[in-house]
Design a protein around this ligand. Structure first.
Ligand code: GAR
Length: 213
């Protein structure tokens, strides 16, 4: 999709704690014109996160806010909110951000915070979702992009993609194949959320059907 000057460009902040491959997938999709957005801030709770380095190399604004520097979770979240506000953030994408956000934080961006998780939620929330899937013996796993509420890896589902679990899979092998799907799913979800009218009914996200030409 090509953008014109009339297309409103959504200001996204990405929160991450590690490698940042989902952040890079979002940035690549934006550069490709897949959806009209710009990443105005990449913020991490871990100053050494590889994703922060990658963002700096792209010339993006970055901020590191370690939790240990703040006396409480509330103070930490207040600092994050201040950084988001300073960047005039409209939407927040959690991309491997390993902290659960409080209800009051989420209320600052109602239905404008999105997360990706490496399982077919509601199965296997939390840490090491891929190892949980193997241990449980599921034959299919995958990834989920969802709107964030105050729970952990909960909130209305936007996009899911599946991956077959092979008998020989280690958690790392399964994680690698799921990650490939994550890199498709996150841009797809953002593209739909920012380009198509949608509404939430109960836990269900409904997108308006495509108009016939
Ligand atoms: C991804 O697999 C993401 O789904 C997961 O962390 C990884 C981050 O990788 N997130 C969660 O488990 C959230 N509960 P990345 O830094 O390369 O994007």
């Amino acid at each position: 999709m090509s953008q014109t000057s009339a297309t409103p460009v959504t200001r996204l902040a990405v929160l991450l704690s590690g490698r940042g491959s989902n952040f890079m997938a979002l940035q690549a999709a934006i550069e490709n014109g897949d959806f009209p957005a710009q990443i105005v801030l990449v913020l991490s709770d871990r100053p050494g996160a590889a994703g922060l380095d990658a963002a700096r190399q792209l010339g993006l604004t970055t901020v590191a806010l370690p939790r240990r520097d703040e006396p409480s979770r509330r103070d930490h979240e207040a600092k994050i909110l201040a950084a988001l506000a300073e960047a005039r953030t409209e939407w927040v994408c959690l991309a491997g951000f390993m902290r659960v956000l409080s209800a009051s934080f989420v209320a600052h961006y109602p239905r404008r915070i999105v997360n990706i998780h490496p399982s077919l939620l509601p199965a296997f929330p939390g840490l090491e979702a891929q190892a949980q899937a193997i241990e449980h013996g599921v034959k299919v796993s995958g990834c989920t992009v969802h709107l964030v509420d105050a729970g952990m890896d909960s909130g209305p589902i936007v996009v899911q993609r599946t991956v077959v679990v092979e008998d020989s899979d280690t958690a790392a092998e399964l994680a690698e194949r799921i990650l490939e799907e994550e890199h498709q799913a996150y841009p797809e979800a953002m593209s739909r959320l920012l380009s198509v009218p949608w509404r939430v009914v109960g836990r269900r996200v409904f997108f308006a059907p495509k108009k016939k030409l």
